[in-house]
Design a protein around this ligand. Structure first.
Ligand SMILES: NC(=O)c1ccc[n+]([C@@H]2O[C@H](COP(=O)([O-])OP(=O)(O)OC[C@H]3O[C@@H](n4cnc5c(N)ncnc54)[C@H](O)[C@@H]3O)[C@@H](O)[C@H]2O)c1
Length: 406
């Protein structure tokens, strides 16, 4: 039975996990290469905007059971939750950080240990990459050391609810590995724990985000068709969704975040022949910001040196996460064209504002790229006043009922 757990990488995924494990009574060592991350954990400062996790972090048992350091140490189980970005040129998984973190725990591995990969990885990573690194030590996988892929599904902004209540997939390289991992997750997860093999777990995780990506691409493609036909896409989707077995998603300004624009590439990487639809969807969604930037350019084309104020910089509404944000791509495209763009976001540190009216003063266009609830509410109440404060009363919203751009 595992008593001491090392969590490699204490970011969005690893830190909440370490906190929940510490709360469940494990002795937890969070390992991160960033000194400020380690110091913050040891002084009780949470660098994530997750209120419930912040509160739990201050519970005496958590403060007692969790410490952080820059180098690993002995443990019963090691959980790897370091980034797995995409290699932008080759569009394949960059596993450098997974391999480096694994190599750093290798000197501490001993018989009976469990290694869990929580990082999102391409299928066959556990077998073809993780296991050989471990076996270089002389320890045998499935005999001395056990390997499991337990992918994470949390939504930034709702981490406590999701880390506790989501169902989890536990993919063991053998049945013993899966059982050992199940015991650890059962200590804090209230959702169901589904045991399977490692490759099924690796693919299932990628399929979840690929499903979202492909369906979003379909909605975006429908939106482009509707625009050519001069009809309102939201009206068409609403009517099509009256079919009892149809659920078309809403189009948007592109996909973002840590998972959706990345994970489908990991499937294409292992089987390009059978992932043509997946690949096409990826290309469609990656092009959407270019299309939205073109719409903004067209809207301001008759204004000299337009002063553009953008609202919303995160990858989607009601999160603080700005990673791979299509809004940021659009802002970058406009700035690269020489437009004067000032961007704000009420959920992002350093980008907040006192009121939309204040920031829209003398603007020629107020472009709402991310419809956070606070933005929607303020616009619903004060759009008239805001427009009065602007030089040109132009508010651009995309795929929003009652918006001028529809
Ligand atoms: N963020 C999400 O919502 C989410 C959801 C599901 C899955 N994932 C997956 O989880 C994994 C981790 O993502 P994240 O969002 O937590 O990343 P993150 O960037 O927030 O955190 C990763 C941490 O790992 C640290 N790190 C890097 N190399 C290290 C090493 N060799 N040793 C120790 N620490 C190291 C970094 O300093 C960083 O603090 C990725 O594979 C991601 O795809 C993320």
């Amino acid at each position: 039975m595992a008593k001491k757990i090392v969590v490699m990488g204490t970011g969005y995924v690893g830190l909440p996990l370490a906190i929940m494990l510490a709360r469940a009574g494990y002795e937890v060592v969070g390992v991160d290469i960033e000194e400020n991350v380690v110091d913050a954990i040891n002084t009780g400062v949470l660098h994530l905007a997750e209120e419930e996790i912040k509160r739990i972090f201050q519970e005496p048992s958590v403060r007692k059971n969790l410490r952080a350091q820059k180098v690993p140490c002995d443990a019963d189980a090691f959980i790897i939750s370091v980034p797995t970005p995409i290699d932008e040129r080759k569009r394949v998984a960059d596993l450098t950080q997974v391999i480096k973190s694994l190599e750093s725990i290798v000197p501490y591995l001993r018989s009976g240990n469990l290694v869990i990969i929580e990082s999102t990885v391409p299928p066959l990573t556990c077998r073809d990459i993780i296991a050989p690194v471990i076996e270089k030590t002389g320890l045998k996988v499935n005999k001395d050391v056990f390997i499991c892929h337990c992918p994470e599904r949390i939504l930034p902004g709702a981490v406590f609810d999701e880390i506790v209540n989501n169902d989890r997939i536990i993919g063991g390289m053998d049945a013993k590995a899966a059982k050992m991992a199940r015991e650890i997750y059962a200590s804090f997860v209230k959702g169901n724990l589904y045991l399977t093999d490692d490759v099924t777990a690796e693919l299932a995780k990628l399929m979840e985000n690929t499903y979202r990506d492909v369906n979003i691409a379909l909605a975006n493609e429908f939106a482009a068709v509707a625009e050519g036909l001069g009809i309102n896409i939201l009206e068409a989707i609403k009517l099509a969704n009256k079919h009892p077995r149809v659920k078309i998603l809403k189009p948007g300004i592109g996909t973002g975040g840590h998972c959706i624009p990345v994970d489908p590439w990991f499937i294409k990487e292992v089987d390009p022949i059978n992932s043509r639809l997946i690949h096409t969807a990826r290309l469609i969604n990656d092009e959407v910001p270019i299309y939205i930037a073109a719409k903004i350019r067209k809207a301001v084309k008759d204004i000299d040196n337009p002063n553009i104020v953008v609202l919303g910089m995160t990858y989607k509404a009601d999160t603080y996460d700005v990673r791979n944000s299509p809004a940021q791509k659009i802002i970058g495209l406009l700035k690269a064209d020489g437009y004067q763009v000032t961007a704000y976001d009420p959920m992002v540190d350093g980008q907040r504002y006192s009121s939309i009216k204040e920031i829209a003063k003398d603007a020629d266009a107020l472009v709402v790229l991310v419809e956070h609830k606070v933005i929607r509410d303020e616009l619903a109440k004060k759009e008239g006043e805001i427009k009065k404060a602007m030089r040109h009363p132009m508010v651009l919203r995309f795929y929003h009922e009652a918006s001028e751009s529809e």
